[in-house]
Design a protein around this ligand. Structure first.
Ligand SMILES: Cc1cc2nc3c(=O)[nH]c(=O)nc-3n(C[C@H](O)[C@H](O)[C@H](O)COP(=O)(O)OP(=O)(O)OC[C@H]3O[C@@H](n4cnc5c(N)ncnc54)[C@H](O)[C@@H]3O)c2cc1C
Length: 387
């Protein structure tokens, strides 16, 4: 029987969930606070085979692929000497295709277009202020003083959203400042050496942090610099983290951080926050998904992919003819188990990429000796674990 569903948030998680539910003939209203904030739409994300497979399941693969750039190699290098520690092909022979970058704007545009084309999905622009849920119904109150009743509410409102707090009864501890700060730059590729446009994703390991970069289909380089907030036990302020990022970029063999093309509107800086992990994704008729359910450290580039898999996987459960009420416990159980495994690997990758500065020379030796043996094994397992 068709049910009424409200989805809060129109990021990747919300749009994907809307498509999965509409495919099972449920009526969906997406309530979202305007567009995703500008900083969230900057640049791109990398997406591995598991994310692309979810998009295929949701009927969006071709639409999103227009904004993708296939990446053929993953490299890890030392920032100090430019030594290559790991060089992992992302090709068909190794079954690591498709691996591609995609612009955040393109991903959202393509998925939004699919939701707009569905007669079962409607959109409301408003901020959700309050949620109430009972055994068989949920009510949502928005900033336009409208009230919506639904059989189910899916919270896809990101890691700072209302819904995860609702599930936790408002008791959830505040986020802790993680020990790193992320700086995201967008640099036009035509201002950079040709090597930067090559179809590869590159990680440069340094003492004070690391750099990740990959080209996007829109002619930009997506460049992420992750610095330690604290060096030698001293906590750095915002400015010091910025100075550290500049130092790392200065040490980069192929970048000129002072290039005029690095305009300030192409730079975004944020302190990484780590949220307590949810023990439950469901309370009465409210369900969380995407970052709202499982904020993912960025070290394995799995946040968006896992949000898409949440939706595709629920879609699979519903396709068996189950009601939402029957599908949810099965889905949440399966997804939480898998997410725990991905989170554990992402945490480990974070320790390797960003150990305390004094240990970084040892890290380089270990990655050089064991990286090619260990990394493909871990990544292949995650990338092939599809739905
Ligand atoms: C530095 C960095 C690099 C990353 N790189 C990658 C990568 O390479 N690959 C990858 O897969 N992932 C990556 N990620 C993770 C990825 O960005 C997130 O996992 C993904 O954006 C989560 O999508 P979401 O839809 O769950 O949440 P969001 O994108 O945060 O969307 C939440 C939506 O909810 C709306 N909203 C919030 N509150 C309300 C409210 N009260 N009422 C109405 N609407 C509301 C917001 O406007 C927004 O549209 C990275 C993250 C970071 C920080």
């Amino acid at each position: 029987m068709a049910e009424q569903v409200i989805i809060i948030g129109n990021g990747g998680a919300g749009l994907a969930m809307a498509l999965a539910l509409a495919k099972a003939n449920h009526h969906v209203t997406i309530i979202s606070a305007k567009q995703a904030p500008a900083d969230r739409m900057l640049g791109g994300v990398q997406m591995a085979a598991n994310g692309w497979s979810a998009l295929r399941d949701l009927g969006c693969y071709d639409a999103v692929w227009q904004y993708a750039k296939r990446l053929e190699l993953m490299r890890i290098m030392t920032l100090s000497h430019g030594h290559t520690l790991v060089s992992m092909p992302l090709d068909e022979a190794h079954q690591r295709q498709p691996y591609a970058s995609v612009t955040r704007q393109g991903l959202i545009k393509a998925m939004s277009a699919r939701t707009l084309a569905s007669t079962l999905i409607s959109h409301v622009t408003a901020e959700v202020m309050h949620i109430e849920s009972h055994a068989k119904q949920a009510v949502v109150f928005d900033s336009n003083e409208q009230e919506y009743q639904a059989d189910w509410v899916f919270g896809a409102d990101g890691m700072m959203g209302l819904c995860r707090q609702y599930i936790d009864g408002g008791e959830m501890a505040k986020p802790k400042l993680a020990s790193r700060t992320v700086h995201r730059f967008l640099v036009p590729l035509d201002h950079l050496p040709a090597v930067m446009a090559s179809a590869s994703t590159s990680v440069w390991l340094g003492r004070e942090g690391h750099i990740v970069h990959y080209p996007l289909s829109n002619g930009m380089l997506n460049l992420v610099v992750i610095t330690h907030n604290s060096i030698n036990g001293r906590t750095n302020g915002h400015d010091s983290c910025w100075a550290l990022a500049e130092r790392l970029l200065d040490a980069h063999p192929s970048l000129d951080v002072n290039h005029p093309s690095l305009a300030s509107d192409q730079v975004h800086m944020m302190a990484l926050q780590s949220w307590p992990r949810c023990d439950s994704w469901v309370r009465d008729r409210v369900v969380v998904t995407g970052d709202s359910a499982h904020q993912m450290p960025p070290h394995l580039a799995q946040g968006t992919g896992q949000a898409l898999i949440d939706a595709a996987s629920l879609g699979r459960c519903l396709a068996d003819g189950k009601t939402i009420a029957d599908a949810i416990p099965l889905w949440a159980g399966q997804r939480m188990r898998r997410i725990r495994a991905v989170l554990a690997s992402a945490d480990q990758a974070g320790l390797v990429f960003a150990p305390p500065p004094l240990l970084s020379p040892i890290r380089d030796v270990m990655v050089g000796l064991g990286g090619m043996a260990v990394m493909p094994r871990i990544l292949d397992k995650i990338w092939s674990d599809q739905l």
